[in-house]
Design a protein around this ligand. Structure first.
Ligand SMILES: Nc1nc2c(ncn2[C@@H]2O[C@H](COP(=O)(O)OP(=O)(O)OP(=O)(O)O)[C@@H](O)[C@H]2O)c(=O)[nH]1
Length: 306
């Protein structure tokens, strides 16, 4: 299992690491890098979507290094991997079911198409693997297809799902969900929400109402507000963090679609700029293509030295 996951991880980040090593190619020299070489390194990291802050931090750290055997491409990539790991380690935090009383309520937000519904199913599967009982709530009543899609996943996983009428009140679905999960003794309730970022006011009102309803049943809920981001959006994914942090009180991130994109470096940019926990990463469409991530391994994969 773990082997095939790391194979997928390598495959997933292949384009990112190829891009980074393509960008790093040709930089090299004596035991210390010159300012010009450091500039090139910084540019290479920015071009690979790691963002200016992470790029500068890595540059500064590499500037301090002595490369005893000469700074060839491999040695530089190794150094970059170590610095990326420093950035990722503090944010790598799996989503945990800790709430007492149960259920642990996870609100999942994100723009349409980010992989939200698939991620909910994958998170449910991760929880099930840890022997937690899970229930889903279809809080995206805005689009009939969204509820249908969630139902399909719920059937596949064998978990109950609470739904409401199309165009109905999402807060009432969430209310029913918490009640049902409490009665059933479910460990976790994962709530899908509509991702209407284009209308901030409506989204904010909707989430405020959901929170109010949740708070009435359990003042601690929601225990997590997880933003799902599509890595293929590159730097735009970062803007989404800005907006959703403001309107939705995001407590953690999941980044999807790291497979098949050369923009996986945005994971590092997100970690450096926001410091929000990154709970898991998605590297494919299958149910077990979402895993809590190992920051050291991911750093080495991104830097192309794994
Ligand atoms: N390659 C890849 N595809 C993914 C990943 N996660 C989700 N997808 C695909 O992305 C597409 C959109 O995913 P959904 O889960 O439907 O996204 P959503 O955000 O719920 O979108 P709406 O239902 O349109 O609101 C689907 O085809 C998924 O299979 C991933 O990690 N890698």
């Amino acid at each position: 299992m773990s082997e095939s996951w790391s194979d997928r991880l390598f495959g997933g980040f292949r384009k990112t690491s190829e891009r980074l090593s393509g960008n790093l190619a040709g930089i090299g020299g004596a035991t210390k890098l010159t300012d010009d070489q450091l500039d090139e390194l910084e540019d290479a990291l920015i071009m690979s979507d790691l963002g200016p802050r992470a790029a500068m931090r890595i540059r500064d750290a590499v500037a301090e290094r002595r490369f005893e055997r000469g700074a060839d491409e491999r040695a530089i990539s190794e150094a970059v991997a170590e610095e990326i790991a420093e950035i990722l380690r503090p944010v790598a935090k799996p989503l945990e079911v800790t709430a007492f009383p149960r259920p642990h309520v996870v609100l999942v937000i994100g723009v349409n198409g980010s992989g939200k519904t698939t991620t909910i199913a994958k998170l449910a599967h991760l929880f099930q693997e840890d022997d937690y009982s899970v229930m889903l709530a279809a809080g995206d009543t805005f689009r009939a297809a969204a509820t249908g899609q969630l139902k399909v996943w719920a059937d596949r996983l064998g978990v109950p799902v609470v739904t409401g009428p199309e165009g109905g009140d999402p807060a009432s679905v969430v209310f029913d969900g918490v009640k049902a999960a409490t009665e059933r003794g479910s460990d976790a309730l994962i709530v899908d929400t509509a991702g209407r970022l284009q209308n901030k006011r409506e989204l904010m009102d909707e989430l405020t109402k959901i929170r109010k309803v949740l708070g009435r049943l359990n003042p601690e809920a929601p225990h997590d507000v997880v933003l799902v981001l599509d890595a293929t959006n590159g730097q735009n994914a970062l803007q989404q963090i800005d907006v959703f942090k403001e309107v939705a009180g995001v407590t953690g991130l999941v980044m999807t679609k790291l497979d098949g994109t050369a923009r996986g470096g945005v994971l590092v940019a997100a970690a450096e700029q926001y410091g929000l926990p990154i709970h898991a990463i998605g590297v494919g469409e299958k149910i077990d293509d979402l895993r809590p991530f190992d920051p050291d391994l991911v750093a080495r994969v991104i830097a192309g030295v794994a």
